[in-house]
Design a protein around this ligand. Structure first.
Ligand code: FES
Length: 275
């Protein structure tokens, strides 16, 4: 019986420590530290903002009183009893007492946290494991993603499927945002555009996911026998090549969409109507 990869026990890799001599961490002369530093700065700013916004539990919905129907992507779907009336979804978990954003963010949070690209970014930026190619690891031991908690990264493909449902919900939010309640009929406002752009970026992020590309074209020996999967694979492959850029952009757009709704809801300014 032949041995497969699954039969092999993972072997922890011992890194050799510093490279280029006992006191030299790397032989690289370029500014290799720029990318990990930019990652740390960007992720820290966005994560701090998103955490703050998550626990505000206010100003996440602009409703009939302002002739708008805008909900922050951080709070949708809003499924707890404390949700403001216009923002509430079809059902509510009456027993949930804290911010509804924690429920709404469970799936997208898990999806982003286990994303292949973000893993690379935060392993390099925060974990220093390793900080860059040709630069020694910040740790002496390396066990990959074979142990708890990092073995949970393998859940990414399931989060991908769940995130598609979340994308549908946020797309409905964007469509509903064309409604101008209170006698306004329908129209396009800056808030509508913000939610539409947010939904587009979320779909781009999901469709460019490595798990999506694998589902489209993986385990296929001959594309000629699977024309539909071939077309899907051809469609998502160019997106997949830009997954890093899309990951950054979509994260920034989510934060900006929340900020926009938050400012309008708090009365800082009125959401301008385009037509
Ligand atoms: S690899 Fe990034 S979302 Fe799947």
């Amino acid at each position: 019986m032949s041995t497969t990869l699954e039969d092999l026990k993972p072997v922890p890799v011992e890194l050799g420590g510093v490279r280029g001599g006992p006191d030299v961490r790397t032989l690289r002369r370029d500014r290799w530290w720029r990318n990990p530093t930019a990652t740390v700065v960007f992720l820290t700013v966005v994560v701090v903002y998103l955490t703050w916004a998550t626990f505000q539990n206010a100003n996440y919905y602009v409703g009939q009183g302002m002739h708008r129907d805008l909900i922050s992507p951080l709070y949708s779907p809003c499924v707890v009893g404390s949700c403001v009336s216009g923002a509430r979804s079809l059902f509510d978990l009456g027993w949930w007492q804290i911010t509804p954003a924690l429920i709404a963010l469970a799936i997208p949070g898990g999806f982003r946290l286990t994303c292949y690209y973000y893993r690379k970014a935060y392993y390099r930026g925060f974990w220093q494991s390793p900080p860059a190619c040709g630069v020694s690891d910040g740790h002496t031991r390396y066990t990959g993603e074979t142990r708890f908690p990092l073995v949970l990264q393998n859940l990414h493909r399931y989060f991908f499927v769940l995130a598609l449902i979340q994308n549908v919900i946020l797309t409905i939010d964007a469509v509903v945002a064309f409604r101008l309640p209170g006698g306004g009929g329908y129209g396009l406002t800056i808030g509508t555009l913000v939610l539409v752009v947010n939904a587009v970026f979320l779909w781009l992020y999901s469709l460019s996911c490595h798990a999506c590309r694998h589902l489209s074209g993986g385990h296929v020996n001959r594309f000629s026998k699977h024309p539909v999967r071939y077309r899907l694979w051809k469609f998502v492959t160019p997106l997949n090549a830009r997954h890093m850029q899309i990951a950054w952009a979509s994260l920034a757009v989510v934060a900006l969409a929340d900020l926009y709704v938050r400012l309008v809801a708090s009365g800082a300014f009125h959401d301008p109507k385009i037509f």
